[in-house]
Ligand binder design. Structure first.
Ligand SMILES: Nc1ncnc2c1ncn2[C@@H]1O[C@H](COP(=O)(O)OP(=O)(O)O)[C@@H](O)[C@H]1O
Ligand SMILES: [Mg+2]
Length: 261
């Protein structure tokens, strides 16, 4: 059996420049993986390529998810299949409320989804009543005020609110594999804890998470079973949770030296 998400020899170019240079990674539902890497190592490139952002060209390799190589599959279809990306820099959507945005996204994701492990039936939209109930529950989980739902998406949100909004989306969409790109950046310690607790609450045997981060800090709250170090477009080391601590202590230069690059 291959993993739920299986990335094989992935090469990705941005504006004609190769950023990812043969990356292999396997993630199963129920697992938390962390990718750590210095700035510019290609972490966001990996996240964007996984979601199918058109600026990130896969020149070689495969991404297997749900029994198919999704390299040519458009982003919205990847989302429907159960992939989710929490952006490092979420965009605002003026004029669209959080509630409307989430309901539209949920209907798009679930309407087309096969009756899955989450027990929800396919077809049809979610009723407004059901939606509100679920939104309230998930917002409570993330310690968000319900009034937040009426605000425009990310418009004037603080850094912490934007990241909470990303996790709220994840909570509502119930993906099978979620990629969190530097969800810790710009968060103070309280916001970091709330966001992390939210992710931990959402963890289940049906969800696999890839936490992308520059710093070890978030891994004090979201505990990965697997840690991978990305340097210059390649995973140069993989290990258990201890690897993150060792990296924090010794720095990326240690990895570069050990790796001989
Ligand atoms: N949309 C883009 N346009 C131009 N260059 C990009 C773009 N995205 C990434 N890059 C380049 O790819 C390299 C890796 O960037 P990125 O994946 O964002 O690294 P990280 O997230 O690890 O900091 C950098 O040199 C960056 O300038
Ligand atoms: Mg990045």
């Amino acid at each position: 059996m291959s993993a739920d998400l299986s990335i094989k020899n992935l090469h990705v170019s941005v504006e004609g420049q190769e950023i990812l240079k043969g990356l292999d990674l396997e993630i199963n539902r129920g697992e938390i993986h962390a990718i750590m890497g210095p700035n510019g190592s290609g972490k966001s490139t990996l996240a964007n390529a996984l979601m199918g952002h058109p600026a990130y060209e896969v020149t070689e390799g495969e991404i297997w998810f749900k029994g198919q190589n999704i390299v040519e599959v458009p982003p919205d279809e990847r989302a429907r299949l159960g992939l989710f990306l929490a952006f490092q820099y979420p965009s605002s959507v003026p004029g669209v409320s959080v509630a409307n945005f989430l309901r539209t996204a949920m209907n798009a994701r679930r309407g087309n989804a096969k009756a899955g492990s989450n027990g929800k039936s396919p077809g049809g939209g979610i009723s407004l009543r059901e939606f509100r109930k679920e939104l309230k529950e998930k917002m409570a989980l993330l310690k968000m005020d319900f009034g937040f739902a009426q605000r425009y998406v990310n418009e004037g949100f603080s850094g912490g609110e934007k990241k909470r909004m990303e996790i709220l989306q994840m909570a509502m969409l119930e993906p099978e594999i979620a990629v969190l790109d530097e969800t810790d950046s710009g968060l103070d310690i309280d916001a970091l804890r709330i966001v992390s607790e939210g992710v931990n609450e959402l963890m289940s045997p049906n969800l696999g998470v890839l936490v992308i981060t520059h710093y070890q800090r978030i891994l004090n709250y979201i505990k990965p079973q697997y840690v991978h170090i990305l340097v210059a477009g390649r995973i140069v080391m993989s290990g258990g949770p201890d690897l993150a601590l060792e990296l924090e202590e010794r720095g990326y230069d240690w990895v570069r030296e050990t790796e001989g690059s």
